[in-house]
Design a protein around this ligand. Structure first.
Ligand SMILES: [Fe+2]
Length: 305
């Protein structure tokens, strides 16, 4: 069950594009003017992948700082295609490709206020996930606000292609999250993990998120790695190694009332499992001066079978 993607045809909200030389306007709340050229349907950009040597080794890389990321990854040039038309036509969707888009006019006034985000935005995202996926219920793991001024490695823009979890830890992760919410797992439940990603303050003119279509990603390209940004021990997650067959997608010029939804795990058979993703810098003469500000929310959805 998917929501009708009529929002995909809307023009970006909250922005007035003015002539070159007029100067961009950047502020903390609601930016209304920009000199940005419109982002292109196809761009070639550099993205970092985990080095292929890790696929042959008997150990997984450990990444949790700029230094360890630099040591374990390398840049590749990839073509990234705007996927709005493919989603609108149904050619790409969550089950087949691992991503889709929906709309959300948020009631949140201040995305830097954790209490307000937890009280207001989490409910919006739970409803959105149930509406878009047909899940019976959804529970939030956490949220992360990313801006041009990160506090540490964890809340900086994602800078290499990665998955947020590892399929081998799906059952334990679902049990942990539901137990935290005081929910007892039933035998007929299946789970899928989703990320929602929504810009705030201004449309995305820089550092958009690119993601790989599951239909172009052989599962054997995805290897283990440990994310050590939050603890020395690290958590087992996953990342693909480079292949020219991977199809990179993005939603060009996302507005502040659009939400990207990416599948991160699924225990239901015959569906996409991973949606590896990374931010990227637009090449020269694409994009604009406004910094990207976004909120990412991680949820587990429950499907009664
Ligand atoms: Fe991620």
């Amino acid at each position: 069950m998917f929501a009708s993607p009529t929002f995909l045809e809307k023009a970006p909200q909250g922005i007035t594009r003015i002539g070159a030389g007029s100067g961009g306007l950047v502020g903390m709340g609601g930016i209304s003017e920009s000199t940005a050229p419109l982002p292109r349907e196809k761009v070639v950009a550099k993205v970092r992948y985990v080095n292929p040597v890790w696929k042959e080794r008997g150990e997984a890389p450990r990444i949790g700082s700029r230094e360890s990321r630099r040591a374990a990854t390398s840049f590749y040039d990839v073509e990234i295609t705007d996927v709005r038309n493919r989603v609108a036509s149904g050619e790409a969707n969550l089950d087949k490709s691992g991503f889709t888009m929906d709309g959300n006019v948020t009631m949140v006034k201040n995305f830097r206020d954790n209490e307000e985000v937890s009280r207001v935005y989490h409910e919006e995202m739970k409803s959105l996930i149930c509406r878009v996926t047909g899940a019976q219920s959804a529970y939030v793991l956490n949220h992360l606000v990313r801006t041009e001024t990160p506090i540490d490695f964890n809340d900086g823009y994602a800078r290499f292609v990665h998955c947020d979890y590892n399929v081998r830890t799906l059952d334990k992760l679902a049990a942990d999250v539901l137990s935290r919410h005081g929910v007892e797992i039933q035998k007929n439940w299946k789970f899928a993990f989703f990320n929602t990603w929504q810009p705030f303050d201004n449309p995305v003119e820089n550092n958009p998120l690119a993601f790989i279509d599951w239909q172009s990603l052989p599962e054997e390209d995805v290897i283990d790695y440990y994310y050590t940004g939050r603890s020395e021990e690290g958590s087992l997650v996953a990342a693909p190694v480079y292949s020219p067959s991977h199809q990179f997608c993005y939603f060009a010029n996302m507005s502040t009332d659009e939400v990207l939804i990416m599948k991160q795990l699924d225990s239901r058979p015959d569906r996409s499992v991973y949606c590896p993703h990374t931010s990227f810098d637009y090449p020269e003469n694409v994009g604009g001066p406004l910094p990207r500000r976004s909120i990412e929310t991680r949820l587990v959805a429950v499907f009664e079978t």
